[in-house]
Ligand binder design. Structure first.
Ligand code: NAD
Length: 436
């Protein structure tokens, strides 16, 4: 099948590459000329494990191409995916300007029937709007389908190639047949393609992300209470996660969720509720809880240094919003680093993948270490912001030689309390007793 993917970011590039891998002829379109140049020169602009192997194979086979030209890219495409940004607008609702601009352009240039697929996360009613914008100039028949994406950065290839489910919102039989054919190779193990109407598909994506945000925030609230009552949140997690009604995942307490999806999607769903005059109380609380949680360690750090961070050097391990990605959108690390700098501290940071992206935002305001251990050199304390596996079992003996003080503020609960006690560290974590 010939397909086009408009928008070649985290979602678009993975979508295009994976559909090329299943034998389709794919053209990815992006307005970012530098990005397209890089891709045409074999350079992948993002870090996503396993993407390079598929990318190289399919570009070499001529099944995966890149262009900045929409008309050229969609030529002959039976399916056109929109994997465009939907950032929060000023009022918190999803900004649809990228989607609707491309929809309008498509109406003018489409020469044959095609299925236009909203892969971006878009509010209820967007498929209808996209249809309207295309219809303004379209001379050919077309269908608009909502097909939200559930991939997780860091394991995007696996998620895309073996999805738990595929959600397709359409009422067109013609589009259904085409989408089923396209996805068939990805659901061979029997995971379902779930068909529904467009509005329900759009809501499904927001419901999924908001539910996960609720689950994380609930556990963070339990953690905060654990600190007060003298309980250990990790034991609570094990105690409830083994209940099959609850499940083990998304129960890890920490310094809050970040990333390009949860914060914006929770906010957008709250905005939708407001538009429909529904008081969605849990969503409001989740936003509040997460905002508070993200900076939860700051007063602890401040207190440890008796309210004086001036001239102190703080080592930070982890900048990405989660491990296995270079994505720093809404990453808790950024907010914390900025607060530490504002309090007069010096920051030396290390992240295996995200330092280049942070450099674009913070420039020389912080020091970028070449290795995790180099970041510790002469630091007054270590703050852990991202749970990269390499931070889980470090050489504590080596750390001790580098750090000025054996002090760790752990936003991701990487270490056992007994171990820290034995090693003689001052250790603050989330939802557990502080070791001082
Ligand atoms: P992104 O910012 O990484 O990529 C978007 C791309 O679209 C950019 O490369 C940009 O240059 C390009 N673009 C903008 N306007 C364009 C135009 N007119 N023509 C062609 N290209 C254009 O975004 P992303 O993270 O891939 O997210 C895309 C959508 O998918 C969002 O709605 C997001 O909420 C949703 N989503 C993201 C994830 C994720 O993990 N990142 C997961 C599921 C869903």
């Amino acid at each position: 099948m010939k397909i086009a993917v408009v928008g070649t970011g985290y979602v678009g590039l993975v979508t295009g590459t994976c559909f090329a891998e299943t034998g389709n002829q794919v053209t990815c379109i992006d307005i970012d000329q530098r990005k397209v140049e890089k891709l045409n020169n074999g350079i992948i602009p993002i870090y996503e494990p396993g993407l390079d192997v598929l990318f190289n194979r399919n570009t070499a086979e001529g099944r995966l191409k890149f262009t900045t030209q929409l008309a050229e890219g969609i030529e002959g495409a039976e399916v056109i995916f929109l994997a465009l940004p939907t950032p929060p607008g000023e009022d918190g609702s999803a900004d649809l300007k990228y989607i609707l601009k491309v929809a309008g352009d498509l109406g003018q240039i489409m020469k044959d029937y095609a299925v236009i697929v909203d892969k971006s996360t878009v509010p209820v009613g967007t498929a209808e709007k996209v249809r309207e914008y295309i219809s303004l100039a379209a001379q050919v028949e077309f269908d608009v389908v909502s097909n939200p994406e559930f991939l997780r950065e860091g394991v995007a290839i696996e998620d895309f190639m073996k999805p738990d489910r595929v959600v397709i919102g359409t009422q067109s039989e013609r589009a259904k047949v085409i989408m089923t054919k396209l996805y068939a190779p990805l659901v061979r193990q029997g995971n379902p393609i779930i068909f529904m109407d467009e509005r329900s598909a759009e809501m499904t994506k927001y419901a999924a992300n908001s539910f996960l945000a609720v689950k994380i925030s609930f556990m963070n609230e339990i953690a905060n209470l654990c600190e007060k009552v003298g309980a250990n949140v990790d034991d609570i997690r094990r105690g409830i996660g083994t209940d099959s009604r609850i499940g083990k995942r998304f129960l890890f307490a920490g310094i809050g969720y970040g990333g390009s999806c949860f914060p914006k999607d929770v906010q957008a769903l709250a905005k939708t509720s407001q538009e429909y005059a529904y008081d969605f109380k849990i969503l409001k609380s989740v936003m509040e809880v997460n905002a508070r949680q993200k900076t939860k360690l700051l007063p602890v750090i401040n207190e440890h240094f008796n309210g004086d961070l001036k001239g102190k050097t703080i080592a930070v391990w982890g900048l990405a919003f989660k491990p296995y990605t270079d994505d720093i959108r809404e990453a808790p690390a950024l907010e914390n680093i900025q607060a530490l700098l504002a309090a007069g501290a010096k920051v030396t940071a290390y992240d295996p993948e995200a330092m280049e992206n942070v450099r674009q935002v913070l420039g020389n305001k912080i020091t970028y270490a070449h290795t995790s251990y180099a970041a510790l050199d002469d630091a007054d304390a270590l703050v852990i912001m991202t749970e990269w596996p390499m931070f889980r079992t470090p050489e504590f003996g080596k750390m001790e030689l580098l750090l000025k003080n054996k002090v760790i503020f752990d936003g991701r609960n990487l270490y056992e309390l007994d171990q820290m006690k034995e090693l003689g560290y001052t250790y603050y974590s989330i939802g557990r007793e502080a070791i001082t």
